[in-house]
Write a protein that binds this ligand. Sequence first.
Ligand code: TA6
Length: 271
Amino acid sequence: MAESTPKPVSVNTADASVTIDPYGAHITSWKVGGEEIMFVSKLAKHDGSRPIRGGVPLVFPQFGPGPIKQHGFARRCYWTLKETSQDDNVATIVFTLSPNEYTLDMWPNQFLLTYTVKIQGSDITMDFTVKNTSETTYDFTCLLHTYYCLKDVKDVEIKGLTGKKYLDSLLEKKEFTETRESVTIAENVDRIYLDVEWPVSFHNGSKTVSITANVSDCVVWNPWKAKAEAMGDFADTEYFNMVCVEPGAATKAVTLPAGEEYTMTSTFTVS
Ligand code: TA6
């Protein structure tokens, strides 16, 4: 990593720690009681050459493929560290991102992004705020593309999605209804669950992870064997030890009038 490359920032409380890489304001570690909750591939790039594979990639202003780069530019830019604070109870890191040549070339809109990450006890809260600093209204989609560590993907049972409609990204976004009490994973899964009523929770092999959010979509993704082998920044067998459970506004765009602010917020709790 070049000398000038901004270094990851860590804060901790008596119970937990969080580390954020300025490249993408990307959470790369969240430990509670010394246990890592986030999954980061051992082949992930940490040199700004591509988004970090794992942790919590920030998806903005576009979820998925489309007119601009997949998942947008937020995870592909160096953000500015605004402040850090920590004591035994609470620790916070704040990053901001303003438009630059790269973002304007991709998405010709003015904005100020502020990302506040707070750890307290066994919670981590992420507040992703978009301020429309332009003179015109614009739309965007956004999501926290969270990768969680699993002891064994075969044991994971994701609860809280029963009865919810979902779009299957492997079947041209065809709509289905989840009938199972628990979503289990034994193949490539890539689904956008709609109108989710939080919390959504699962057991990672040692702790229960519970997710709440103020957004209505929840993406569940595991690449499984073939796609794992096709990703250069993901080891062939790492799909056994991760799952993405991703709160976001992925299917219905947020419309933000000039001068207004929108905040996507989510809290992950381990117990
Ligand atoms: O999380 C769902 C998804 O959109 C999948 O379709 C898959 O593409 C994944 O994101 C990873 O995308 P990335 O651009 O990070 O390789």
